[in-house]
Design a protein around this ligand. Structure first.
Ligand SMILES: [Zn+2]
Length: 109
């Protein structure tokens, strides 16, 4: 379960950044094509933060769809899953978004 190591990295980054302040909320952007399962992340977050200053912090996760641009027809289209094909049938596409995995905001007390 790679969510555990990813969540650990996020918790480490947040702890560093907060520099001793009490963190009450964290917002993440986890693209649908990132390969990370948000529910697993929430579960890991509770495990990892237990007994730390981050315990009880709210974890909000935005899950934007993937977006891609087709070089054949010129359209931008949504990529809801891992199948990177334009509706026109072309595979000559470039992924624009969907693999993000970032901390977008922190709320400290
Ligand atoms: Zn196309």
């Amino acid at each position: 379960m790679h969510e555990l190591s990813i969540t650990q990295s996020i918790v480490d980054a947040v702890t560093d950044h907060a520099d001793g302040a009490r963190v009450i909320g964290i917002r993440l952007t986890v693209g649908r094509l990132s390969g990370v399962v948000p529910d697993a992340m929430r579960f890991c977050f509770e495990l990892i933060t237990e007994g730390t200053p981050l315990q009880g912090a709210r974890l909000d996760i935005d899950e934007p769809d993937g977006r891609a641009h087709c070089a054949s027809c010129g359209d931008d289209f949504t990529v809801p899953d891992f199948i990177l094909l334009c509706p026109c049938g072309s595979a000559d596409v470039r992924l624009l978004a969907g693999r993000e995995l970032t901390i977008t905001s922190l709320e400290v007390a």
